[in-house]
Design a protein around this ligand. Sequence first.
Ligand code: ZN
Length: 153
Amino acid sequence: MTIIPHAMVGAALGRLFFRKRYLAFLAGITSHILLDAVPHWDYLTVKAGTINTALAVTGIAFFALRFKDPYLFWGGAGAMIPDIEVAAKALGLSNYPLYFPTHSGAIPHVQVSPWWGIPVQVLLSLACILLIFKNEKLGLARKRTKSQSALLR
Ligand SMILES: [Zn+2]
Protein backbone atom coordinates (compact mmCIF):
# COMPACT_ATOMS: atom_id res chain seq x y z
CA MET A 1 0.00 0.00 0.00
CA THR A 2 1.16 3.59 -0.45
CA ILE A 3 2.87 5.45 2.36
CA ILE A 4 0.10 7.90 3.38
CA PRO A 5 -2.50 5.28 4.39
CA HIS A 6 0.28 3.31 6.14
CA ALA A 7 1.28 6.41 8.11
CA MET A 8 -2.27 7.45 8.99
CA VAL A 9 -3.34 3.98 10.14
CA GLY A 10 -0.22 3.71 12.34
CA ALA A 11 -0.78 7.19 13.76
CA ALA A 12 -4.44 6.50 14.54
CA LEU A 13 -3.53 3.18 16.21
CA GLY A 14 -0.89 4.91 18.33
CA ARG A 15 -3.25 7.68 19.29
CA LEU A 16 -6.26 5.53 20.08
CA PHE A 17 -4.81 2.47 21.73
CA PHE A 18 -1.32 2.83 23.12
CA ARG A 19 0.45 4.27 26.13
CA LYS A 20 3.86 2.81 25.44
CA ARG A 21 6.00 4.07 22.59
CA TYR A 22 7.46 0.68 21.68
CA LEU A 23 3.98 -0.88 21.57
CA ALA A 24 2.70 1.91 19.32
CA PHE A 25 5.78 1.36 17.12
CA LEU A 26 5.21 -2.42 16.94
CA ALA A 27 1.50 -1.86 16.19
CA GLY A 28 2.57 0.41 13.33
CA ILE A 29 4.86 -2.26 11.88
CA THR A 30 2.14 -4.92 12.26
CA SER A 31 -0.40 -2.66 10.53
CA HIS A 32 2.05 -2.35 7.61
CA ILE A 33 1.89 -6.12 7.09
CA LEU A 34 -1.91 -6.20 7.35
CA LEU A 35 -2.41 -3.30 4.92
CA ASP A 36 0.06 -4.70 2.40
CA ALA A 37 -1.74 -8.05 2.58
CA VAL A 38 -4.99 -6.38 1.41
CA PRO A 39 -5.04 -6.28 -2.41
CA HIS A 40 -4.16 -2.69 -3.28
CA TRP A 41 -2.65 -0.28 -5.80
CA ASP A 42 0.94 1.05 -5.48
CA TYR A 43 2.48 3.98 -7.32
CA LEU A 44 5.38 2.95 -9.51
CA THR A 45 7.51 6.10 -9.85
CA VAL A 46 10.19 7.48 -7.54
CA LYS A 47 8.65 10.95 -7.91
CA ALA A 48 5.23 9.78 -6.65
CA GLY A 49 6.91 7.94 -3.79
CA THR A 50 8.95 10.99 -2.82
CA ILE A 51 5.96 13.37 -2.86
CA ASN A 52 3.79 10.93 -0.90
CA THR A 53 6.54 10.29 1.65
CA ALA A 54 7.05 14.03 2.18
CA LEU A 55 3.30 14.45 2.74
CA ALA A 56 3.13 11.47 5.12
CA VAL A 57 6.11 12.63 7.22
CA THR A 58 4.76 16.18 7.35
CA GLY A 59 1.33 14.89 8.34
CA ILE A 60 2.67 12.72 11.16
CA ALA A 61 4.90 15.53 12.47
CA PHE A 62 1.99 17.99 12.32
CA PHE A 63 -0.45 15.70 14.13
CA ALA A 64 2.10 14.63 16.76
CA LEU A 65 2.90 18.27 17.57
CA ARG A 66 -0.71 19.44 17.28
CA PHE A 67 -1.91 16.80 19.74
CA LYS A 68 1.32 16.53 21.73
CA ASP A 69 1.03 12.78 21.23
CA PRO A 70 4.24 10.72 21.17
CA TYR A 71 2.25 7.49 20.64
CA LEU A 72 0.71 8.88 17.47
CA PHE A 73 4.24 9.69 16.27
CA TRP A 74 5.69 6.25 17.07
CA GLY A 75 2.68 4.45 15.58
CA GLY A 76 3.10 6.41 12.35
CA ALA A 77 6.87 5.89 12.34
CA GLY A 78 6.50 2.13 12.83
CA ALA A 79 4.00 1.98 9.97
CA MET A 80 6.31 3.86 7.58
CA ILE A 81 9.68 2.31 8.45
CA PRO A 82 9.27 -1.01 6.58
CA ASP A 83 9.12 0.91 3.29
CA ILE A 84 12.64 2.31 3.78
CA GLU A 85 14.03 -0.82 2.09
CA VAL A 86 11.66 -0.28 -0.86
CA ALA A 87 12.67 3.39 -1.12
CA ALA A 88 16.39 2.56 -0.86
CA LYS A 89 16.03 0.08 -3.69
CA ALA A 90 13.96 2.46 -5.85
CA LEU A 91 16.59 5.18 -5.35
CA GLY A 92 19.40 2.79 -6.26
CA LEU A 93 20.94 2.96 -2.77
CA SER A 94 20.57 -0.73 -1.95
CA ASN A 95 21.42 -3.98 -3.70
CA TYR A 96 20.09 -6.09 -0.85
CA PRO A 97 16.98 -8.22 -1.38
CA LEU A 98 13.77 -7.01 0.28
CA TYR A 99 13.32 -8.66 3.69
CA PHE A 100 9.97 -7.41 5.00
CA PRO A 101 7.48 -10.30 4.53
CA THR A 102 5.02 -8.41 2.31
CA HIS A 103 7.90 -7.03 0.21
CA SER A 104 9.90 -10.27 -0.12
CA GLY A 105 6.88 -12.21 -1.37
CA ALA A 106 6.60 -14.32 1.81
CA ILE A 107 3.13 -12.76 2.20
CA PRO A 108 1.38 -12.06 -1.12
CA HIS A 109 1.27 -8.39 -2.15
CA VAL A 110 -1.59 -8.35 -4.67
CA GLN A 111 -2.04 -5.33 -6.94
CA VAL A 112 -5.41 -4.02 -8.13
CA SER A 113 -6.48 -1.32 -10.57
CA PRO A 114 -5.97 2.31 -9.48
CA TRP A 115 -9.66 2.91 -10.20
CA TRP A 116 -10.63 1.40 -6.93
CA GLY A 117 -7.18 1.13 -5.35
CA ILE A 118 -6.75 4.90 -5.05
CA PRO A 119 -10.24 5.76 -3.67
CA VAL A 120 -9.94 3.00 -1.05
CA GLN A 121 -6.60 4.38 0.19
CA VAL A 122 -7.87 7.98 0.20
CA LEU A 123 -10.96 6.97 2.20
CA LEU A 124 -8.89 4.87 4.61
CA SER A 125 -6.49 7.79 5.20
CA LEU A 126 -9.35 10.27 5.72
CA ALA A 127 -11.10 7.90 8.13
CA CYS A 128 -7.90 7.65 10.20
CA ILE A 129 -7.42 11.44 10.19
CA LEU A 130 -11.02 11.78 11.35
CA LEU A 131 -10.37 9.33 14.20
CA ILE A 132 -7.21 11.25 15.17
CA PHE A 133 -9.25 14.47 15.45
CA LYS A 134 -12.44 12.98 16.83
CA ASN A 135 -10.49 11.31 19.60
CA GLU A 136 -9.69 14.77 20.91
CA LYS A 137 -13.10 16.28 20.23
CA LEU A 138 -14.89 13.52 22.11
CA GLY A 139 -12.56 14.05 25.03
CA LEU A 140 -11.40 10.47 24.81
CA ALA A 141 -7.72 11.35 24.46
CA ARG A 142 -5.71 9.58 27.11
CA LYS A 143 -5.04 11.55 30.19
CA ARG A 144 -1.34 12.16 30.50
CA THR A 145 0.98 13.18 33.22
CA LYS A 146 2.55 16.60 32.85
CA SER A 147 5.95 15.08 32.13
CA GLN A 148 4.52 13.05 29.21
CA SER A 149 2.89 16.11 27.68
CA ALA A 150 6.05 18.10 28.20
CA LEU A 151 8.08 15.71 26.05
CA LEU A 152 6.73 17.05 22.78
CA ARG A 153 6.65 20.70 23.77
ZN1 ZN B 1 5.30 -1.82 2.26
